[in-house]
Design a protein around this ligand. Structure first.
Ligand SMILES: [Zn+2]
Length: 392
């Protein structure tokens, strides 16, 4: 049941945007839906990192790769920002209605963040394959972005062509989420300043999070946690109350406590439903909170809304229990059948280089993270990336 709901994680949002049309002109709308979904899926951001000709295993190499990714991202943000006409924006995003203000908020957020990120860039002479000017503001950054192509050595052209495509898709993904916000909330923007999305972490701090578990005894959650422990890493597991209850009933309290020892646990509510439209959300939140308290003997301090969808009533209800909403900023897309494990790893590494800190979203009910993470850890050895074992 959960698996099938996940197949349409973003599809749910697409179907919502066209559902009114489906009632009015069913045939037309079905055709449109098919077209929209197919186009959307085909534009999911993927990149082949084998085109990047250097390693990332030092702070300087990380910064060089990071600067290059940010500049291509900036090019695409700038291109999409030029779509100022609302009808053109609707057509670009294939949406019936767009919230321009949210798109603008997102653009402002990205610009500020990229300029901040650039202040951390320190590239040694040996890694200066592209000489960059000083970046103090968005205008400086955009100048660097616009001049990038002509400065690139031949060895970086294959990567550049991949990166252009990746950021075109990624900016489309992100603008689409922003344009739907807050009619359909998601990780794209915060609703309240208590929400955590990793933007207050220090440079190069990353938190691994895993949603929707636990699986049955010996299943993927167990295998994933073994892998994390073997590698001295910690994950924050957002458990679904119903899955936790099933596991407790079948395997017992000791088994579940052993499973999550040295790991962090948060709530993903009781059921995987979009809570703003779910009438029993209060009971669902309280159920999982109590279960984590009683069975795992821990305070539940973080809540991850299913699909990232929440509203202020939900946030305020959580505040009474000292629970904060935790979103994410690096979506691995590991639930998506359209993306293979190697592609998940390449996508996540690229987004880590761009954002330079934050919260990675994976799902422990799927196996892709087990194949993605060892490669990611190895690729980033020596880079200075900090895999967080708690939230400070
Ligand atoms: Zn989920």
């Amino acid at each position: 049941m959960i698996k099938s709901s996940y197949k349409s994680e973003r599809g749910v949002q697409i179907s919502l945007s066209v559902c009114k049309k489906m009632f009015v002109t069913l045939c037309f709308a079905l055709a449109l839906f098919g077209y929209t979904e197919a186009k959307y899926k085909s534009t999911l951001g993927k990149i082949d990192r084998s085109t990047w000709p250097y390693k990332i295993n030092s702070a300087s190499e990380f910064d060089f790769a990071s600067a290059m990714e940010m500049l291509v991202f900036a090019q695409e943000i700038n291109r999409a920002e030029q779509i100022t006409n609302v009808d053109s924006l609707k057509s670009y995003l294939r949406l019936k209605s767009v919230k321009r203000e949210s798109v603008d908020n997102y653009i402002t957020f990205v610009k500020k963040r990229l300029v901040q990120n650039f202040r951390h860039i320190k590239i040694d002479k040996e890694q200066q394959r592209v000489v960059l000017g000083t970046v103090n503001n968005w205008s400086n950054l955009l100048d660097e972005a616009n001049n990038l192509e002509q400065k690139l050595p031949a060895s970086m052209i294959a990567w550049y062509n991949q990166a252009r495509q990746f950021y075109a898709s990624y900016v489309y993904e992100q603008f689409r989420l922003a344009a739907l916000f807050p009619r359909i909330t998601s990780e794209i923007l915060t609703l309240d300043n208590t929400e955590i999305n990793g933007s207050r972490f220090d440079d190069k701090q990353f938190l691994l999070t895993f949603d929707d578990g636990p699986t049955v005894n010996g299943g993927n959650t167990d295998k994933l946690i073994s892998l994390l422990k073997q590698n001295g890493k910690t994950g924050l597991f957002f458990v679904l109350g119903n899955n936790l209850k099933t596991r407790l009933d079948k395997s017992g309290t000791n088994n579940v406590n052993n499973l999550y020892r040295d790991m962090l646990v948060g709530s993903h509510s009781r059921v995987h439903k979009a809570h703003p439209r779910y009438k029993n959300w209060r009971q669902a939140l309280d159920y999982t909170d109590s279960l984590i308290n009683s069975a795992l003997n821990r305070e539940c301090v973080y809540f991850r809304p299913p699909y990232g969808q929440r509203n202020t009533a939900i946030i305020n209800h959580l505040k009474k229990d000292n629970t904060q909403v935790m979103l994410w900023n690096i979506d691995s897309q590991d639930w998506n059948s359209k993306i293979k494990s190697a592609e998940v790893s390449d996508r996540v590494l690229t987004l880590m280089l761009v954002w330079r800190k934050g919260i990675l979203l994976f799902h422990d009910i799927h196996s892709k993270s087990r194949f993605t993470l060892p490669k990611l850890w190895k690729d980033l050895e020596g880079s200075g990336v900090i895999w967080m074992d708690d939230i400070y």
